[in-house]
Design a protein around this ligand. Structure first.
Ligand SMILES: *Cc1c(COP(=O)(O)O)cnc(C)c1O
Length: 331
């Protein structure tokens, strides 16, 4: 089976497993795991933040990140298909009493005009106060969309102008960097707090990080423990992430090339594919999923008329070509 459902399906390589097996570890609840500490420092520095915290999932990283800039009873603005709005099962509302309002863009892009129209940081005691805007780079359900650097800058200016924060869900920021060649810090510069995932395109089995100021991360650490997600010898996990940063970032360009090849074979415009995700419009998505499965290709459904193809570490160029033949025949 060639599995194009998600870039979360990758399995750690033998070399990554070896790095995990030989990791130096300690008790991370005591702040004594050297591999965790090193990874947190490395990733914080990479993106120009003071501190970072390793978490079990990206959803937890987002939850802790949004909580650090949005108080209970206030709102976060996000795009309507954002992961925090659609795919975190209402965590921000159920756990922290945070509400949201959304703008809509078919590709999940920042839309300054729509955001400006929504922002309401202080309209008196009867309207919910906007505390932050959350964006995704790349945007998952938008189809792996890279946010334009100019939009990131305009959003920062808007947020500064009305005294609100910016949260960046950078689960796939690695793909955005490889696609654009922008320095890591420039991609993060417009945000107050950020989340990144090691378990998507980077191919680690587990792990995400929250990045922010030292004070935010100290508080996030308390909340992580309070939510039952403190961990002990997590260095085995951190070692996988460290290995992935050394060996699995530049190769994301191969995933992007494979995604363009798949798009082209399926009659979609390859130039519309920014990174490793192809959203294909089809008349009957479940039927495409069924027929592709019969021919050895797994694809995901994100709507009744949309299937999603995601390329990753475990899909070679040969696999991509074979999947392209199968999908071209079906769609
Ligand atoms: C995958 C993903 C996350 C986090 O997902 P987990 O499964 O909780 O690790 C967050 N944001 C985006 C955009 C994602 O694609």
């Amino acid at each position: 089976m060639i599995d194009l459902r998600s870039d979360t399906v990758t399995r750690p390589t033998p070399q990554m497993r070896a790095a995990m097996a030989s990791a130096d570890v300690g008790d991370d609840v005591y702040g004594e795991d050297p591999t965790v500490l090193a990874l947190q420092e490395r990733v914080a520095d990479m993106f120009g933040f003071e501190a970072a915290l390793l978490t079990v999932t990206g959803s937890l990283a987002n939850l802790l990140a949004v909580r650090s800039v949005v108080p209970t009873g206030a709102e976060v603005l996000c795009e309507s298909s954002a992961h925090i709005a659609r795919a975190e099962l209402g965590a921000h509302a159920t756990i922290f009493g945070i509400t949201s309002r959304t703008w809509t863009d078919p590709h999940g892009r920042i839309d300054i005009g729509q955001i400006e129209a929504l922002v309401a940081p202080d309209l008196g005691p009867y309207l919910v106060a906007t505390a932050a805007v959350s964006i995704e780079n790349t945007h998952n359900f938008g189809g792996g969309t890279v946010q334009a650097i100019g939009d990131l800058q305009r959003l920062r200016a808007l947020a500064d102008g009305c005294g609100i924060a910016v949260h960046l869900d950078g689960a796939r920021i690695w793909n955005a960097q490889v696609a654009t060649g922008q320095p890591w810090r420039d991609l993060a510069a417009g945000s107050d707090v950020m989340a990144v995932c090691l378990s998507k395109g980077l191919g680690a089995p587990v792990g995400s990080l929250v990045l922010g100021s030292a004070a935010m991360i100290a508080e996030a650490r308390i909340w992580r423990k309070r939510l039952g997600a403190g961990w002990r010898q997590a260095g085995v996990i951190a070692a996988a992430g460290w290995y992935a940063l050394d060996h699995h970032v530049e190769r994301l360009a191969d995933d992007h090339a494979n995604a363009r090849l798949l798009a082209e074979a399926c009659g979609a415009a390859p130039e519309a594919v920014d990174t490793n995700i192809v959203a294909l419009s089809v008349p009957d998505a479940p039927a495409v999923v069924r027929r592709a499965r019969e021919d050895g290709v797994l694809v995901g459904v994100v709507g009744t008329r949309t299937v999603r193809l995601v390329t990753h570490l475990d899909v070679s160029a040969t696999d991509a070509r074979r999947a392209a033949e199968v999908l071209a025949r079906i769609v």
